[in-house]
Design a protein around this ligand. Structure first.
Ligand SMILES: Cc1ncc(COP(=O)(O)O)c(C=O)c1O
Length: 481
């Protein structure tokens, strides 16, 4: 769909060179044809009125009208009496084919994505996706309106790469309140979600001489790709029932480790208290840094709250959080609670990356947090996810009671342990044929370690009915059939 520009005529950058011998009319015609062929103007898109374009280019209106008539005759434009001139359908078909070929070429050159979503699945148990249809649109619109209305003009210039100070202070107070973090707005950097946060922290550490990063195995496959693109080596440290194996970590030469202590991704285990202490002792003894991925700590059901590791050692831990689970991943908003000695370097890299996150969004998030609407949204979402979790547990109890669920106490994904001898990938492939998206634990294993057959089931973006339908459809596969 083309953008339907409303209001006054859209502006259009076309270059006319009065020093060239070619007549102005020919130049204008060629420039317009080229803009359509190159996809700068899409099918159905409205052109400026002849009066507006003539004024912008400093040429006569008659000349523009003649050009439009010529391009209409050639099939590039359509004009109806009394209506705007628009790009004709046939004109940009070739251009859009060229554009989509270019897009798919660049997508295939991209770094390895997280386990791919099953595009055609009727019921997709993709982990990591919150209930995006429950995004608090009214609250966010209100917060955006306030931000836009009240932002002082100076904030609309180039601003602090650390992020807006008011948001940083609100975030710090919020994280002190709900995560027992030792947060200080002065050392908080606003970033574009966890993915960017991790890159900024690793860049800062690479600048201090770090060469190897330890990551949890199984873990988020993107981390390995991110570290590799920064030229850092990666060591995979096994995770067991108590979280990351701190003994195995100590045997590596890594000076930074990335962990998910509150709810290990993807196994769902909580880092055991003695391992928390061991991790901090390791960091202190080795002048090392712990990167704490605090990705879904807001959602906890039947277990005691686990405070952030950062609260125990703010000088050694960089906590990264985002609104990707609490609001929506598409907002691309996150934060880093930096160890004080690293905050300037992290903010420096943020400035280099994109000169700071979008200010209106930052102010809106501050407003949402301050107004209490963020907490209210989370309270509602906890109930919703708890109901979905119950639906999953019950569907499995009904249809595949031998399947054991793990890591259910928090977040909105769980690990389903399949009967011994089941082939994980065969189950995934067979389920996809029935239009049910499943994701194998082996997609998250960095080293080929033997392990039980398991699936990582995300239920955050599925209704209770969809969950039941999905499990019902694949019950025989889960039973090992
Ligand atoms: C382990 C883990 N950490 C963090 C995130 C959030 O990433 P981001 O904030 O870049 O959207 C995700 C998203 O799925 C995740 O799986």
């Amino acid at each position: 769909m083309p953008i339907e520009w409303t209001g006054f005529g859209p502006e259009l950058l076309l270059q006319i060179d009065r020093d060239r011998p070619e007549p102005l009319r020919d130049q204008l015609e060629s420039a317009l044809r080229e803009a359509i062929r190159a996809g700068r103007l899409a099918t159905g898109e409205r052109l400026p009125s002849s009066r507006a374009l003539a004024r912008d280019l400093g040429i006569s209106r008659g000349l523009v009208t003649e050009c439009y008539a010529q391009l209409q005759a050639e099939g590039y434009l359509v004009t109806r009496p009394g209506a705007a001139t628009r790009v004709a359908a046939a004109a940009s078909a070739a251009a859009s084919a060229a554009a989509s070929a270019a897009a798919s070429a660049s997508a295939s050159a991209a770094v390895r994505p997280r386990p791919a979503a099953t595009a055609i699945a009727r019921v997709d148990f993709r982990p990591g996706l919150p209930d995006v249809s429950s995004f608090p649109r009214e609250d966010w619109s209100r917060a955006l309106r306030h931000a836009c209305r009240d932002a002082p003009a100076h904030l609309l210039g180039y601003t602090d790469p650390y992020g807006d100070r008011a948001l940083r202070d609100v975030l710090a107070a919020y994280l002190r309140r709900v995560r027992a973090a030792a947060a200080d707005g002065a050392h908080t950097v606003v970033c574009a979600g966890y993915a960017q946060g991790l890159q900024l922290v690793l860049r800062a550490l690479a600048g201090e001489g770090v060469r190897t990063v330890a990551v949890e195995d199984p873990g988020d496959p993107d981390q390995r790709v991110i570290a590799a693109t920064l030229g850092l080596g990666v060591v995979a440290v096994p995770v067991d029932e108590g979280g990351i194996d701190t003994g195995a970590l100590a045997a590596t030469d890594a000076r930074v480790v990335v962990v998910t202590p509150a709810h290990q991704s993807p196994t769902g285990v909580v880092l055991a208290p003695e391992r928390r202490q061991a991790l901090i002792a390791w960091a202190r003894a080795n002048d090392a840094t712990i990167v704490e991925d605090d990705y879904d700590a807001e959602f906890r059901y039947d277990r005691e709250p686990v405070g952030a590791l950062q609260g125990l050692a703010p000088d050694r831990v960089a906590l990264i959080g985002s609104v990707s689970k609490s609001l929506a991943p598409g907002l691309r908003l996150g934060w880093i609670l930096c160890p004080p000695h690293l905050s300037a370097a992290i903010a420096h890299h943020k400035g280099l990356a994109d000169r700071g996150s979008p200010i209106i969004d930052q102010l809106a998030l501050a407003d949402l947090l301050r107004s209490g609407r963020y907490d209210r949204h989370l309270r509602g979402m906890r109930l919703r996810y708890a109901a979905r979790r119950t639906a999953l547990v019950e569907a499995l109890r009904r249809h595949a009671p031998a399947v054991e669920l793990r890591g259910l106490a928090a977040g909105f994904h769980t690990v389903a342990q399949l009967p011994p001898g089941t082939d994980e990938q065969a189950v995934v492939t067979a389920a996809r044929r029935r239009s049910v998206g499943l994701y194998a634990m082996s997609d998250y294993r960095l080293e080929p370690r033997p392990g039980p057959a398991q699936l990582v089931l995300g239920y955050g973006n599925l209704t209770a009915d969809a969950i039941s339908e999905g499990i019902d459809t694949i019950a025989d596969l889960l039973r090992g059939g």
